[in-house]
Design a protein around this ligand. Sequence first.
Ligand code: FAD
Ligand code: NAI
Length: 466
Amino acid sequence: MATYDLVVIGTGPGGYVCAVRAAQLGMKVAVVEKNATLGGTCLNVGCMPSKALLHASEMFEEAAHSFAKMGVSVSSPKLDLPAMMNFKQQGIDGNVKGVEFLMKKNKIDVLKGTGKILGTGKVEVSADGKSQVVETKNIVIATGSDIARLKGIEIDEKRIVSSTGALSLEKVPGRLLVIGAGVIGLELGSVWRRLGSEVMVVEFLDRILPGMDGEIAKQFQRILEKQGFAFKLGSKVTGVEATSKTLLAKIEPASGGAAETIEADVVLVCIGRTPYTDGLGLKEAGVALDPRGRVQIDPHFATSLKGVYAIGDVVAGPMLAHKAEDEGVAVAEIIAGQAGHVNYDVIPGVVYTTPEVSSVGKTEEELKQAGTAYTVGKFPFTANGRSKVNQTTDGFVKILADAKTDRVLGVHIIGIEAGEMIHEACVLMEFGGSAEDLARTCHAHPTRSEAVKEAALAVGKRAIHM
Ligand code: FAD
Ligand code: NAI
């Protein structure tokens, strides 16, 4: 007889949410975690610490630059970096404790150690030289991802850092060189720029934020440049030499050519993440990987080994905490015999900078490539009353709708609070709603969300305030 109905390996947002949902459905569940704390990348070195530093550094910048014009007079703010790091740590601890509480509340056993799959129904858990084998009817792999490395550039997490080191620098670097203009580069670049660093971002492609709507990315780049970011697009870093005083980064055009050397105090390598399967024993157990090293799954999250499923960053799809969570819920429901499902067409993405960037569904580039006939409705925050009175008018809302049916296919927002505003678009799209549906939905005044309604009106060329 198996001891457990389900053993989940990894307690990131995918793993712990899966465990809770399975327990709600009456299963006897255990989670296995090799880290000292629960919560995975997201809680310990990802979403949560980065958002704490983004919030604190934004307040620092606001106090220095925005308070005076509103008639709030304060003396020039001083940075206490250890206190800011302590603020970040308190946020992490609070969230980790929250996951521990959820495990207890749902009577989920927490097995500390590295999980290895021995075969269907058997997981070995090893810690401190000791190991035990637990038996279970089902196994979910939720082991997440790790930083991607650049050949020839050694990360020491002091001067040449990944996101993990960049979340814990002991002093503000004078010059920060960021490799990769993706989400991490722009979020953590923003944190250190606000605290005083000169930030240069080197990006291989000829644009920032690949995958986001091109028009939004262009405007975002302009806004970031106004804030002080410098971008070197279409370029690659081919090596970083560390002298006792400085770092010398060699940069070449992406297509090859003459190299130049740029000096920096800290280099942040953030060129993506790779699935993490070390120590899981997948090959021996017979769990297949895809050509990109991700655990291969069928549409029901089942791997090639009976009774073993996989979710989150370790499988294909966007590496996002909410995608991992939704997959965790879906797989628990499938194991329980229900119809668990994730709609991959409606997964929002948010960049938590100032302003924020948010997006759901298709970009204009994707619609063009697919040959879909579409209409566009746009509305700028300069014409939104609430944004005007707050004097935060950067950005716009863009809605893409099917030209024939008016069904909303994509929504892209750049602006303050864009990350909160995107969700009405998500609900609309889950219900297959049209731009007309959105345009006829009453929105409270004065809110920034009225710009979403106006963009929907603009799809039918009848925005009121423009
Ligand atoms: P993870 O969170 O990576 O958790 C995997 C867990 O498995 C880890 O605890 C690991 O220790 C454990 N594990 C691995 N192997 C074993 C083993 N063999 N035995 C036992 N335990 C094991 N996403 C967002 O949606 N929003 C954000 O704002 C955001 N910000 C981010 C900021 C940064 C700096 C980074 C790096 C990432 C960010 N992400 C964000 C991405 C997000 O963190 C991941 O998508 C999410 O954590 C994936 O969840 P997961 O459960 O698949 O894996
Ligand atoms: P990313 O995939 O977002 O961006 C990596 C960038 O690096 C891309 O623009 C890519 O073109 C560029 N690049 C790749 N190789 C390069 C090279 N050799 N030289 C120069 N540029 C190069 O990856 P990032 O920022 O590391 O983030 C990893 C993951 O974490 C992402 O998948 C993201 O989804 C997740 N994340 C999500 C956040 C959010 O939702 N707000 C915040 C932070 C991370």
